[in-house]
Design a protein around this ligand. Structure first.
Ligand SMILES: [Zn+2]
Length: 302
């Protein structure tokens, strides 16, 4: 396996200046095993979360600020899955899924996005604290898979022609996933109001055809570094620029002190009612499945 740093747990950025196109590519390996091992999800949910984390890495790589945060949330009232949340902060990824195991078992081995979520919504939030920029788009969760849902998010919420491909597979007990995101920005990244973006600009179908020719096995294959993957797709273009890679890792921001401070805000008698038979108030972090056992004495002193 190549050890050039562009094969696993990494994203890179790409621009094709003559086509007014930008792209991001992501490959995830050990970071997925690390996130997924904290949960005990059935294979269908593991694959969905692996794809969602890959999409999260691609979207996070669009942030301009290193301290920027991106949150991806898919939610429904009555789906097999009622909540999927992933977020990205400085290359750190985390995510979890809440689902109904009995209904999932009835959905078969390859359920569509519609089967899993029913009628749902996809919310994407970009937070860039230095520029005091917060942008949230919410669209119906449309399409057969998460990649299609992301494309329809960009088309509806941001009016940016986009192509998204995601793939994830578990081989010999280890997860590997990959994805690409390409977009047409004829007005530039900062550009004029995107209302005027031409959805039928001739450069875009060209980029979309080349990017769309990527095969799922190329996205996943840890023997194909991301710069090689970009080269395979765009080697006939006059100029393709790639940017410094960003490393991905598993990160959770749950904090025992914060958990204690939240518990301390409850009235004394409510806190007493929370104490379990073991003598602790136990709070779980949904993202990393860490349990925080807290005693009444600890929060009284807050
Ligand atoms: Zn946590």
């Amino acid at each position: 396996m190549p050890t050039d740093g562009l094969s696993q747990d990494v994203t890179i950025g790409v621009t094709i200046p003559a086509r007014d196109a930008r792209g991001r590519a992501a490959r995830l390996g050990p970071v997925l095993d690390s996130v997924l091992s904290a949960h005990n999800y059935p294979p269908v949910i593991e694959r969905l979360l692996a794809e969602a984390l890959t999409l999260t890495a691609l979207l996070g790589a669009l942030l301009k600020e290193p301290e920027g945060q991106m949150t991806l949330q898919a939610q429904t009232q009555s789906g097999v899955i009622d909540l999927l949340v992933c977020d990205y902060l400085g290359g750190e990824l985390r995510g979890y899924v809440r689902h109904d195991p009995a209904r999932l078992a009835d959905a078969g081995p390859n359920p569509s996005l519609r089967t899993l979520f029913g009628k749902g919504h996809l919310a994407v939030t970009f937070d860039q604290p230095a520029a005091k920029e917060r942008y949230q788009g919410i669209v119906p969760l449309d399409g057969e898979n998460l990649a299609q849902a992301a494309q329809s998010y960009f088309a509806q919420s941001e009016q940016i022609p986009s192509l998204v491909r995601l793939a994830a597979e578990k081989r010999e007990g280890r997860w590997s996933a990959g994805g690409i995101l390409f977009q047409h920005l004829p007005e530039g990244e900062e550009g004029r109001a995107r209302i005027h973006t031409q959805l039928d600009h001739p450069d875009w179908p060209h980029v979309a055809v080349l990017a769309g020719s990527v095969k799922p096995e190329e996205l996943i294959d840890p023997d194909v570094p991301l710069d090689d993957l970009i080269w395979r797709l765009f080697h006939e273009e006059a100029e393709v620029r790639t940017f410094a890679p960003v490393r991905l890792s598993r990160g959770c921001r749950c904090d025992p002190d914060y958990v204690r401070s939240v518990i301390a805000r409850f009235p004394e008698e409510e806190r007493e009612a929370m104490v379990g038979p073991d003598g602790f108030i136990t709070v779980d972090c949904a993202f990393c499945s860490t349990s925080f056992p807290i005693t009444l004495e600890e929060v009284r002193s807050k």
